[in-house]
Design a protein around this ligand. Structure first.
Ligand SMILES: Cc1ncc(COP(=O)(O)O)c(C=O)c1O
Length: 366
């Protein structure tokens, strides 16, 4: 192995976080949301580790579901965005996929295909205005599917726009709206909660929860990190110092010379950049750890390298020292804060370039 950049994924942490999610709503079944390559953590590796345990997986679309089946995953898999083309319903039947449905086009394709589908989730737009049907369309979808006999169980789902903001009553309004439609429809199982909703809001007691980000130990809330919520962060991104130089007060660093030394200090160059997924918008002083000591980013992030300083001036920097970019004492949420984004984006947009290592060293609590 040449370049020392490694993303280390703790698969037991993800399993533990899934169990934690289920304990929060013990009466519910839980999807493990592994869309977008399990939020950058490796959908196949993560799903293989969880396959014996989960009630079902959820992905965005059929390509992701097929990749999991090809990799030997046997649990049910739900397509959160439903089908995009008529032919997909046959594949859903063949591979045992479940799907969301939100419009008459998807319904027409399903009826024409005569495919038998175990579960279909009719998606209601309860206020987010992204996907989901109006109440009358949702009722019509439910009735047609129930009468049609092709679908084993029809459920009603929705998605929250602001569940991560505890001061915003939109979630209560969405819940009340959803409940009115659910009652008008009558006897139907539901699925409403993402990580934020299931951790902090009073959601319906039965049905299906849909935790995503919390499985990876990352907080959906601003100002609080995953560990403080009782989660185990699953990804550690680490690299090494590849060059060291002394800087004099007034020396400037990197593209655009956007960092200026306010005193004499050493500067380390580290093998990681935006070509790996490290955020280019990370500001000066974004936290890093060098050999276990607090450090900060100095200058603009390049494609393959960053420059950092150690805040402990007494420490001699050396080529080969370990640098922690996130994980452990450097929460990915803090790096995201310093980069104008959220933890979700940092892990999800990791590229294939770092070395990926998987382990199961963390002791699982049952
Ligand atoms: C429909 C749906 N359900 C559940 C989730 C999981 O959300 P989170 O990662 O915030 O738990 C997502 C993620 O975007 C989603 O789109």
């Amino acid at each position: 192995m040449a370049r020392p950049l490694t993303a280390t994924i703790d698969l037991n942490a993800i399993l533990q976080n899934y169990r934690y999610a289920k304990k929060l709503q013990p009466t519910c079944k839980a999807f493990a949301v592994v869309k977008s390559n399990a939020y950058g953590h490796g959908a196949i590796e993560v799903s293989r580790h969880l396959d014996n345990e989960v009630d079902a997986f959820a992905v965005a679309a059929i390509e992701e579901a097929l990749a999991l089946r090809d990799a030997g995953i046997v649990s049910p898999i739900m397509l959160l965005e439903g089908v995009f083309e008529a032919e997909e319903w046959q594949l859903c039947e063949k591979h045992g996929f479940w799907a969301a449905i939100e419009n008459d086009r998807q319904l027409g394709w399903l009826l024409e295909s005569q495919a038998k589908i175990e579960k279909v989730f009719v998606k209601l737009d309860s206020g987010m205005h992204r996907l989901g049907a109006e109440p009358n369309v949702a009722e019509h979808l439910v009735t047609t599917l129930k009468e049609g006999g092709q679908v084993g169980e029809v459920l009603l789902m929705t998605h929250f726009a602001c569940a991560d903001d505890l001061s915003d009553i939109t979630t209560l309004e969405q819940l009340a709206y959803f409940e009115r439609v659910r009652q008008a429809i009558g006897n139907i199982e539901v699925s409403v909660a993402n990580s934020a909703a299931l951790m902090k809001w009073a959601i319906p007691e039965s049905g299906w929860i849909r935790p995503g980000i919390m499985l990876y130990g990352i907080s959906p809330f601003a100002g609080i990190n995953g560990r403080d919520l009782g989660l185990l962060p699953a990804m550690t991104l680490s690299s090494k110092v590849i060059s060291v130089r002394p800087l004099k007060k007034g020396d400037k660093v990197g593209y655009g010379l956007s960092y200026e030394a306010t005193e004499d200090h050493q500067l380390a160059t580290v093998a990681v950049g935006y070509g790996d997924g490290y955020p280019r918008h990370a500001e000066n002083n974004t936290p890093v750890e060098i050999d276990g000591l607090t450090g900060g980013l100095a200058g603009r992030v390049s494609m393959d390298m960053i420059m950092v300083r150690c805040l402990d001036a007494a420490i001699e920097l050396e080529i080969g020292q370990e640098v922690l970019l996130w994980g452990g004492n450097v929460p990915v949420e803090s790096v995201a804060d310093c980069s104008g984004t959220i933890g979700y984006e940092l892990v999800t947009r990791m590229t294939a370039r770092p070395h990926y290592r998987y382990h199961t060293n963390t002791q699982i609590k049952s």
